[in-house]
Write a protein that binds this ligand. Sequence first.
Ligand code: DGJ
Length: 696
Amino acid sequence: MAIHILGNNIFVLETKNTHYVLGVDKYGYNRHIHWGKKCNINDYEAKDIWDENSNHTRLDMAKQEFTVFGGTMYRESDLKVQFPDNCREIDLLFVDAKAENNILTVTLKDKFYPLEIALKYRIRDNDDIISRWTEIKNTGNENITLDRAFSAELTLPSVKPYTIKNTNGSWGGEYVETESTLEGGALVFDSKRGTTGHNQSPYFIAYQNADEKQGDVYFGTLAYSGNFKVLCTRDLFYTTRVSIGLNDFDFKHILKSNETFVTPMVFCGYSQAGFGEMSRQMNRFAINHVLPKQFNDKVLPVLYNSWEATEFDVNCKHQTALAKLAAKMGVELFVMDDGWFGERNHDRAGLGDWFVNKKKFPKGIDELIKNVNKLGMDFGLWFEPEMVNPDSDLYRKHPDWAYHYNTREAHTLRHQLVLNMTRKDVQEYIFNCMDEMLTNHNIKYIKWDMNRPLSETGAENLDCPQELWLRHTQAVYNIVDRLKEKHPDVAIESCSSGGGRSDYGALLHFDQVWTSDNTDSVDRMTMQKWFTYLRPTKVMRAWVTDINWYNSPMSLDFRFNVAMQGSLGVGGNLTKYSREDLEVGKKNVALYKEIRHLVQFGDLYRILDAQKDEILFNLYVSEDKKEAVAFLASVHTSFMKKEIPLLFEGLDDNKVYTFNLNNRDYEKTGAYLKNVGIPVTIRGMGYNKIIKIKAK
Ligand code: DGJ
């Protein structure tokens, strides 16, 4: 791993297996040169290009690291500004390049105006992921208006079209994969909701002829939880580019004298071994370099969440009854969800009043917390900090604290309004309410929910109202960081009606995410696959619940099998479980505790696909390849009886592995398991197995 600054103004980022190369041409313009396999570094050059004719100009065809609006550049740009004299053109020239602490900084300056741009690239030992961001500085005395400020532009090497994966999900149907082959024009994936949302994702996965095991895959994801834009284009010169950053929809930022605007980061990478290797790279990267340090390397506890069992109807007696059964199953953390505060007897009231409801908890919440702690479990609590119900004391006292226009009727989605998080007093109120609960009670976990997008986004306190989108998201991160700083032993989960805020921005601040409100095990089989493409497995909370939408209900073992492929939770109404069901739960929780280090930290090989292959076969292998766990699950097979060889991947060819399957003890080399495999018979509905594998 090294950063090479060559004499001919060529800069090479050398990661474990790749070169990312940029440079400066003889005119002083920034140029993109290469991203992919390693070559001889002395061969790289910023080849001269010239105007092809009066319609297709040099600047217009140049592959650049950062394209700005202006001159004869007619493509999409990454930066658009307005200077005080109303000039909207930028002309950036190279100033210098420096490498420090594995960060390359390339500084560019406008020829005339006091605008300085720093392109930032960070590399690390042992992986091929590059962190990119851009810093935009006003070095003059007057304001400059930013109208678009993307984080990075990434140019893909092939002249042939790429197929690009993103998502077209919805509430309860997050992460649904889409693929489009981009032959010309543009593909845009974005959010305008104020959160990342459930629909499209702030990432791209671009490939040609790739699958789980082989092929070149380029990918990048934005670390930001608000309005984002991923803009993929293929031009007349067959160049495919991806610009990624803050959405320029209703965006403006007034860059004051001496101010530096820092864009969110993009984490991007290149896999030479298909989508599987892409996921494994990002999984390791997220654990080591993204997730907050308190819990990134700790196994996450098995949790119980009360939402599906009790909804708003929470009280000490019933929650304690659930807690007793959860503890018997082996659960380690009991989380009381919505309903514990204010007049929160339904979803029409109470949000904003973060004070324990005295009717539900006449002796205070400590009675329940003590019961939970006595049972050997930690206690966690739900909040929806960014929201207020019109029917709440907070709203009655501060109606102006919600985003609003006096001339517009506010949409109360789920009967609630969004608080103006750009206001200092609102931020302080939220922080103080949560801090008070954490300081005065033994709470070790917070679920931070967010159940509606923004609308009627009037914010009288802002000089530049379009800044609210970014400021809102920054305020969320800021409160989470402050809470964590003051209460370092408290883990925080990001939830937004399920997986509406499960992006890398959230993962820089929160410890885990609520994957989806859809807890149906059959749907989860595919959702979890898509989730793990770019996100770490460990943060993927998966509860076993009573929801069983498939025509023929899946057994409890089947539901555990699927949920144990993420961070296990239990969310059913345990008071209605039979003794046998509780035993099944206990057995599975105990098993999960034996294998969770592999699931949460291991390398995932998605070997067979639930939909395409009728059977899901996922293998999680430890880094040293001494241990693995395999999951098999099939909703139903087309034939009454089906025998297939299980061909393992990711094991060490030369190690001998032992395991028990269908009451037979096996002892086979990794090479045998990969090339010959173990035959299994998959029968009928809801087949499922978990195989613990150990090297001798
Ligand atoms: C939406 C979340 O996704 C659920 O898990 C639950 O917390 C509800 N909100 C509570 O209102």
